[in-house]
Structure formats: structure tokens, C-alpha cells
Design a protein around this ligand. Structure first.
Ligand SMILES: *Cc1c(COP(=O)(O)O)cnc(C)c1O
Length: 370
């Protein structure tokens, strides 16, 4: 019953094959950023191809250790909590701090427990326009340590560091990575040869058809040779790009509205089931031939702005018709909510043409959360 997500394991495997090829040719390590996709039924498959996963905190780190056992488990947070740190140190093998203060507080404990310790830097090099909420290099950013912050760090804390980490990209190509790496080398170059590894973060849209993989590989090789560094990448989107759909049913088609476009109410909500549509914002692709029939699709919640978008499709819609949104594995299931008492979409997984239901949600899930 709609709404439901359908995750395509074969498409994920195709993405994983591309990522694994980069690991093989360059010797770098690639991790899944779990905040983008935490559908752990696929973790065994992902663990077969990638080096492990990275977490935003305790829960994701625990999920990785339970569902991708034996693989690398990295964690970064803008500020760790005192009551989480001991468990994180037990679960993880790499911990990345956001500030010299956090490194000072917890670095020694992590290090003596055998973890690799890193610091997130802010190369102060914006390569994206228009999406300030996705730009960790935007003025006033709280994410990462600038070169000023690093250069006044006490030598004994600096000595705890095994690696540096930056994350500045969002759905970008390797030309922007090159620009960023130039800034990293220019500002942080003298510290790089004292490190064992560098983490390029996420935001690399590697599995998109126009992504320039040879340039990415040249950049990885450059950092390996020039500074003797091991290179990590931790993409989320690239692992599960175009590998899922969200299925919905037309509930009602309203008469032509005041702006000449017919409003259609569907049983999935932008606000509850694809909040990035409103946050980012973007128009999610419909798996549907384009044409002359214009419809504004909106959710069944009270929010006037719960609009998925205006579409021009090749057929006339009727109540009860199913519509399918594409590219719904990324930042979808991890972001759903039950505002207005909306049900959470069930999750199905398809593998070699066989579809199986993985999870279903109901009233109890709503009740537990409110
Ligand atoms: C969001 C994030 C990622 C993953 O980004 P994608 O755009 O999904 O590839 C990786 N590392 C960090 C630190 C992040 O915040």
C-alpha cells in the first residue's frame, strides 16, 4: 500500500562497483556516510565493496558496528557529549574532532584506546553557490577549524593528530574538489606531511554520469605521493544515487485553480516524506513521460507549502493512479517524520527482480514519537 519506498539493491551494487574501482585503482578507502542512507538491510552488500562507514554520532556508530561488523567505523560530530565519548571510543576506530578544544578534551583518551584521531579543517574555500545551508565554508560557519585556529594549537595536542578531514562539497564534480584541494594545500600544506591520512569528506557525486572520475583519481594520487597520505572519501549520495523510488497514489484532482493549474492531492507529503524538496529546495523527478498535462502535486497535510512541485506529464491523471518519484534513496528514509499524524512509508527492497517488504510502519510508530 502506498506510500512506500522501493530500494533497488542492483542499482546500489552498480554504484558500489564504480566506487570499488576507484579504491582498487588508487588504493584509497571509501566509506558510506550513514546520515544519507541507513537502510541497514543493505549494509552487508555495501560492506562487501566499501571499507566501512562514517557516523554523525553514537547511534549511527552503533548501527555500523552492529550491521557492518569488522569494517572501519569512523565518527565525526561538531561537539561530542561527555556521556557518549567512552562508548564511541569502544565502537569506533577513527574519531574526528571539530575543534582544538574538543581534541584537547577527548583526543588523548581516544588515542590511548588505539583510535586514529583526526581534526576537521575549514579550508575557507566556497565552491557552491545558492545553497548556503549546505556550505560549511560560508561566513560564520561552525564546522571545521580554520588555519588561524590550527596555528595557535598547543604542540602537545597537535601531536595527537593522525589525520585531517574536510567536508565542503555537496553534489559536486571533481573540478570543485580540485579547487578545494588547492586551498587545502595552500593553507594547510605544511601540516600535511606530518599526517597519516586525509579525509576528503562527502559531496562527491561520483556515480553521476557526468562525473569526472579520472580527475578524482589524479587528485587522490597527488595527495598520496606528495605528502605520503592515505586518502579517505565518505560519500553518502554517490553510494545510493538513483537507487530508490517513492510510490504514491492520487487521492483527489481538484478543478483548475486560480493560476490555471490543477492541484492534485497525493498520499505522500513533501514535508513528511521528502523534506529536502522544501529545504533544499528541488523538484524530485517523476518516473513519467513528459507532456502537456499540468498538475501541481501536493501532500495531504495542513501546510500550504506542502507542495512537491508542478509537473507536465503525458497523460491525464485519475483518482487512484499511482505516481513514482525517482532518486528517493538519498536523504529520504533518514529524514521522514509523522507531522499531522502522517504514516511513515513502508520500505521494500528489490534484488534481481524480486521484491520483498523490509519494514512497515503504523500507528504505534506515530504514537511513540509524539
Ligand atoms: C553530509 C556529509 C557527508 C556525506 O555527504 P554526501 O553529500 O551525502 O555525499 C560526508 N561527510 C560529512 C562530514 C558530512 O557532513
Amino acid at each position: 500500500m502506498t506510500p512506500y519506498f522501493l530500494i533497488d539493491a542492483d542499482k546500489i551494487e552498480r554504484n558500489l562497483t564504480i566506487l570499488h574501482g576507484i579504491m582498487e585503482r588508487t588504493g584509497c578507502s571509501i566509506l558510506l556516510a550513514q546520515k544519507c542512507f541507513s537502510c541497514y538491510a543493505l549494509y552487508p552488500l555495501i560492506g562487501k565493496y566499501l571499507s566501512g562507514a562514517t557516523a554523525s554520532g553514537l547511534f549511527e556508530a552503533r548501527l555500523c558496528s552492529e550491521e557492518m561488523p569488522g569494517k572501519e567505523n569512523h565518527v565525526f560530530s561538531p561537539a561530542f557529549r561527555d556521556d557518549d565519548i567512552d562508548e564511541l571510543i569502544q565502537l569506533c576506530d577513527h574519531i574526528v574532532f571539530n575543534s582544538p578544544r574538543q581534541l584537547h578534551l577527548y583526543g588523548r583518551r581516544a588515542k590511548s584506546a588505539g583510535l586514529q584521531v583526526g581534526l576537521r579543517i575549514n579550508p575557507e574555500c566556497s565552491t557552491q553557490e545558492g545553497h548556503a545551508i549546505y556550505d560549511p565554508c560560508a561566513p560564520g560557519s561552525r564546522l571545521g577549524t580554520t588555519i588561524e585556529g590550527l596555528s595557535v594549537m598547543p604542540e602537545e595536542d597537535f601531536g595527537l593528530l593522525d589525520g585531517l578531514h574536510f567536508h565542503t562539497l555537496c553534489e559536486q564534480n571533481s573540478d570543485d574538489l580540485e579547487t578545494t584541494l588547492n586551498a587545502v594545500e595552500e593553507r594547510f600544506g605544511k601540516y600535511l606531511s606530518r599526517m597519516k591520512w586525509i579525509n576528503f569528506g562527502g559531496g562527491h557525486h561520483i556515480t553521476r554520469t557526468d562525473y569526472d572520475i579520472p580527475r578524482l583519481e589524479r587528485l587522490i594520487t597527488h595527495m598520496q605521493h606528495r605528502y605520503g597520505l592515505h586518502v579517505y572519501l565518505e560519500p553518502g549520495e554517490a553510494v545510493v544515487l538513483n537507487a530508490g523510488t517513492l510510490h504514491t497514489t492520487v487521492l483527489e484532482i481538484q478543478p483548475v485553480g486560480t493560476d490555471g493549474i490543477r492541484n492534485v492531492i497525493v498520499d505522500t507529503s513533501a514535508a513528511c516524506h521528502m523534506p529536502d524538496v522544501i529545504e533544499m529546495p528541488y523538484l524530485p523527478p517523476l518516473v513519467e513521460a513528459e507532456g502537456e498535462h499540468a498538475y501541481r502535486l501536493g501532500g495531504p497535510t495542513c501546510l500550504s507549502g506542502d507542495v512537491i512541485g508542478v509537473y507536465h506529464i503525458g497523460r491525464e491523471l485519475h483518482e487512484g493512479d499511482e505516481l513514482v518519484f525517482g532518486d528517493m534513496a538519498i536523504y529520504s528514509m533518514v529524514k521522514t517524520n509523522t507531522f499531522n499524524g502522517m504514516p511513515l512509508p513502508d520500505i521494500y527492497i528489490s534484488r534481481c527482480g524480486q521484491v520483498e517488504k523490509w519494514k512497515s510502519f503504523g500507528y504505534d510508530d506515530f504514537k511513540k514519537r509524539v
